[in-house]
Design a protein around this ligand. Structure first.
Ligand SMILES: C[S@@+](CC[C@H](N)C(=O)[O-])C[C@H]1O[C@@H](n2cnc3c(N)ncnc32)[C@H](O)[C@@H]1O
Length: 334
């Protein structure tokens, strides 16, 4: 039986790095059902003194499987293991419409770890029937991040060639992201057009939005304002996946319209119905949050109460971010 070893990518973040192999294992196990090959004996193994994810398959990996494994947030390299223990590198057919620097260049307080963002997007898309249908027809997957910050999820989606949309109520973050994106596209000579406007009327009056169209046809839209207004911001538009790193209730105490601060549970209570309405049937929502402010059972109850069906994963994704944040993720299907 062919045997493979994935060299685990090193994260620049020391705390995340301590959990990188375990999270990689959880990610690979979550993606395994979307591969054509039957993956067996998936485990973390130390070869020499370096950690790898190792597994066997009945047949050799098809190109599509290799591409999916290459896209794991954890994958630095993939080797086929010879009977004598030798490791033979496999060329990796990665799906990237832009360079990885699109996700790594920006540095700011409150940025979600880019490796974790990559993982969250992967496990959410892997469970989405809607996204798979679109991939099979070679149409662009449509992703919405309703708590977009300065765009880490949107950038990951752009690298994957998705059409992406974001909502963010901090006007400064929306502006900073527009400036970053426009500079990035100019510096990398990506032909594009960006239109921006201040909305004057209706529920969104006073907020800014911008839209970018790239020569490749890829599209991005970001709207300033409250995440509960998703159906008003993107009327008649449905997404394959919603992906968001929710405010942790620590540094990013969420607020709406000058109202009282909101924790993740209040934000979800107010938003899930609106988010369900902009998600295609068979589409998935992937959220990460601080379990110290909302226990996992509470998260699952909230999702189920709003018509989402949580997806079971074989391994936990819970990990420590810092002294006040322990992060987990959940994927649920509409
Ligand atoms: C954990 S941060 C996400 C950071 C983002 N992934 C990044 O790396 O830039 C959560 C974001 O949600 C935003 N937010 C909180 N409540 C919101 C609401 N009701 N509507 C829209 N955005 C909200 C916060 O301003 C913050 O930028």
């Amino acid at each position: 039986m062919p045997s493979h070893a994935i060299l685990v990518a090193h994260s620049a973040n020391r705390v995340y790095n301590a959990d990188a192999s375990r999270l990689g294992l959880a990610e690979a196990a979550a993606l395994a059902p979307s591969l054509t090959a039957d993956v067996e004996d998936l485990t973390v193994e130390t070869l020499g003194d370096v950690e790898y994810l190792t597994f066997t398959t009945a047949d050799d990996l098809a190109d599509d499987d290799l591409r999916r494994l290459a896209d794991l947030s954890t994958t630095r390299a993939i080797f086929r293991r010879a009977d004598d223990g030798g490791l033979h590198p496999r060329p990796l057919p990665r799906t990237a419409e832009h360079g990885d620097d699109l996700v790594t260049i920006q540095r700011y307080k409150g940025k979600t770890n880019e490796q974790f963002t990559h993982l969250l997007v992967n496990v959410t898309v892997a469970a989405s029937e809607a996204a798979r249908r679109r991939e099979a027809k070679q149409e662009r997957v449509r992703l919405l991040d309703p708590v977009a910050g300065r765009g880490s999820t949107l950038n990951r989606g752009l690298v994957y060639g998705f059409d992406v949309a974001g909502i963010e109520h901090d006007a400064r973050a929306v502006n900073d992201y527009r400036v970053f994106l426009s500079t990035y596209l100019k510096d990398h000579r990506v032909k594009h057009r960006i239109d921006r406007e201040r909305i004057r009327n209706g529920e969104l009056a006073g907020t800014d939005r911008f839209a970018a169209t790239l020569k490749s046809g890829q599209r991005l839209g970001v709207v300033g304002g409250d995440a509960t207004l998703a159906p008003v911001m993107f009327p008649g538009y449905k997404f394959d996946v919603l992906v968001g790193d929710l405010p942790y209730g620590v540094q990013h105490r969420a607020t709406t319209g000058g109202g009282p601060p909101r924790g993740a549970d209040e934000l979800l209570e107010a938003s899930l119905e609106a988010w369900r309405r902009v998600l295609l049937k068979g589409g998935t929502i992937g959220l990460s949050w601080n379990v110290r402010t909302l226990p996992r059972v509470g998260m699952l109850e909230l999702l189920e109460a709003h018509g989402f069906e949580p997806v079971d994963h074989p391994h936990s994704f819970e990990h420590v971010v810092d002294r006040s944040i322990t992060r987990d993720l959940v994927v649920a299907r509409r």
